[in-house]
Design a protein around this ligand. Structure first.
Ligand code: PGA
Length: 256
């Protein structure tokens, strides 16, 4: 299966000029690169979804949203629904990112309803899970991952479970440059597989895709993705520099 290389552009690309420069540079960097074993997904701010889709979508490239609201339509000033994101041509949505959990009070309950609305709209949710540094020091990593998965996916019908993508993003590694070892990531990967096997059965556990996210760079892509056997990466800062982002994809592509 192709590795998923997801770029979370967060609240950046403030002008049309910046956006156009980004897309130009991305297309330039893509020329001549063999990334056949990777699927690249870019998640720009919602305002830019349409331009990204128009410029870069093809079979190996997709576009995703960074967030959606749980309702489909109606009087929810300022919100964007999964169906709107789907109808404009997106394929993925990031749900439960640690920044949304931290700054916008997104609980596992909120994650649960959002994941359902994303699946109902026919999109793929990228569900972020991960412990804070304090939780890790207190030996609570396993409990946190178990409860985030159990609660976040509580309402997903078994027929759709395997289409959920899990991104393990230790909160302390996001935006920090402190990263876990390959063994620490592999331990969490095995834990997530076990949670899926115990809860949904072995065939689902085998299909579920598990990514790593948090300070991924070209220099650390092997340690953070290949060595621990992850199915791809969720990249923040480095996705803002097309050359660096695609370098990560190339390294992963070469090491499969
Ligand atoms: P980072 O962000 O790569 O800048 O650490 C990762 C993320 O927020 O998904």
């Amino acid at each position: 299966m192709q590795k998923l290389i997801i770029g979370n552009l967060k609240m950046n690309l403030l002008t049309i000029v910046e956006r156009e420069r980004y897309l130009e540079s991305l297309k330039k960097e893509l020329k001549g690169k063999d990334l056949a074993d990777c699927k690249i997904v870019l998640c720009p701010p919602a305002l830019h979804l349409e331009s990204f889709i128009g410029e870069i979508e093809n079979n190996d490239f997709a576009v995703g949203a960074q967030n959606v609201f749980s309702e489909e339509r109606g009087s929810f000033t300022g919100e964007i629904s999964a169906l709107m994101v789907k109808n404009i041509g997106s394929e993925y949505v990031i749900v439960g990112h640690s920044e949304r959990r931290k700054y916008f009070n997104e609980t596992d309950e909120v994650v649960k309803v959002k994941i359902n609305s994303v699946l109902t709209a026919g999109l793929t949710p990228i569900c972020c899970v991960g412990e804070t540094l304090e939780q890790r020091h207190d030996g609570k990593t396993t409990d946190i991952i178990i409860s985030q998965i159990h609660e976040g996916l509580a309402d997903v019908p078994i027929s759709k479970i395997a289409s959920v993508v899990i991104a393990y993003e230790p909160v302390w590694a996001v935006g920090s440059d402190t990263v876990p070892t390959s063994d620490e990531i592999m331990e969490v990967r095995i834990l997530i597989k076990k949670i899926f096997a115990d809860t949904f059965g072995q065939p689902v556990a085998e299909k579920i895709r598990i990514l790593y996210g948090g300070s991924v760079k070209a220099a650390t892509a092997k340690q953070l993705c290949i060595d621990p056997g992850m199915d791809g990466v969720l990249v923040g800062r480095e996705s803002l520099i097309p050359m660096e982002f695609l370098k990560i994809a190339e390294i992963i592509n070469q090491n499969i």
